[in-house]
Ligand binder design. Structure first.
Ligand code: CP3
Length: 322
């Protein structure tokens, strides 16, 4: 999950001096930011500081992070010709700075801590590529998907190819687990997921299973998609707080792990309430192997750092091997 960011003063100090893209593109800075939460919170894994949108640049899109606006793509793809013009990004040529960040972090990170690489899933990236930024209803994305199957297929295939190469290169550079973010796929019905998304996500994840690295397949609002997501692939399925963890696991079966699922907003509550929520997650996981305790979605900018630290300590205490 997103782990670094504006809730940390160390991050804000760097962010005053650099733009977000500048920080991603400078491996020394990106490695430092990756390690900031690891040092401050004593978590068990570091997640690479990069963004799911970076591969879109390599494909030919112009990405910006406008202040207060989130990510913006100035040349969204909305026609057959625009999709045809997209390149397959080469991870070494277009995203070499991310690979270098992974190498730097792996060299500095305590050997007992895992380094997690990641990418966006094809649907979530297609949505950014088509909408040109964040979207509430994903109208243009779904309209293209429904009205021009061939163009949708071409876009999804180009994304799958780009992301597959990128994730493999991340493993080669030192990532030991991979997380694939399908953050917005919860906007689809199960039948649309099966028809327009599952085959492409499966094509991305399937071959990556051969690497032996754990693959975390993440989405939000996916309560009714979980089984289809499992079918698409992943050794671990991410669930958000809208689905009780034991209920999700019961449906998924014991063959996959489960990551989640504290509501990130619970971290704004007084400590006893946070503790109660965290304990509920642990109770529902019931000590089964394959549970990764995590938030159900990324950490929010105003989150009190001391609550996050206390949460990490609490989970460690309660799950310590006797
Ligand atoms: O620890 C980490 O920060 C890991 C690195 C990371 C970032 N983005 C850096 C980032 C990861 C794993 C992501 C994933 C990401 N990016 C997702 C998938 C996960 C999710 O949250 O669903 C998505 C949808 C994006 C796209 C994106 N990037 C958005 C919508 C935004 C703006 C949101 C906001 O809070 O303003 C970003 C910016 C972004 N990417 C930040 C960070 C730390 C905020 C940075 C800042 O403004 O200083």
């Amino acid at each position: 999950m997103r782990q670094a960011g504006r809730y940390m003063s160390e991050y804000r100090r760097l962010r005053e001096r650099y733009g977000l893209l500048e920080m991603f593109r400078d491996p020394e800075i990106a490695a430092e930011v990756t390690l900031q939460p690891v040092h401050a919170l004593s978590v068990d894994a570091a997640i690479l500081f990069a963004d799911i949108l970076l591969p879109l640049e390599g494909m030919g899109m112009h990405l910006e992070f406008a202040a207060g606006e989130g990510p913006v793509i100035r040349n969204p793809v909305r026609s057959r010709a625009a999709v045809e013009a997209l390149r397959i990004a080469d991870p070494h040529e277009h995203l070499g700075y991310v690979l270098e960040t992974l190498r730097l972090v792996r060299a500095e990170l305590d050997a007992r801590l895992a380094l997690i690489g990641f990418a966006g899933a094809p649907f979530t990236l297609a949505s950014y590529a088509i909408e040109g930024g964040g979207s509430r209803n994903h109208v243009r994305t779904k309209a293209l998907m429904y009205s021009d199957r061939a163009t949708w297929e071409l876009l999804m295939c180009k994304l799958v190819e780009t992301l597959g190469r990128y994730l493999r290169a991340q493993l080669d550079a030192g990532a030991q687990a991979l997380q694939v973010f399908d953050s917005w796929v919860g906007c689809l019905s199960p039948s649309d997921y099966r028809e327009y998304v599952l085959p492409y996500t499966a094509e991305l994840l399937g071959p990556l299973h051969d690497s032996g690295a754990p693959l975390i397949h993440f989405g939000t609002g996916t309560s009714d998609l979980l089984l289809l997501q499992r079918e698409a692939g992943g050794t671990v399925l991410g669930v958000d707080w809208r689905t009780p963890l034991d209920e999700a696991w019961r449906r998924l079966g014991p063959s996959v792990g489960v990551q989640g699922n504290l509501d990130p907003v619970a971290l704004f509550a007084p400590w006893p309430v946070i503790e109660q929520h965290a304990q509920e997650v642990l109770d529902r996981a019931a000590g089964r192997p394959g549970h990764i305790f995590n938030l159900g979605h990324g950490i929010l900018p105003e989150t009190p750092v001391d609550h996050v630290k206390r949460l990490a300590d609490f989970v460690h205490e309660r799950t310590a091997k006797k």
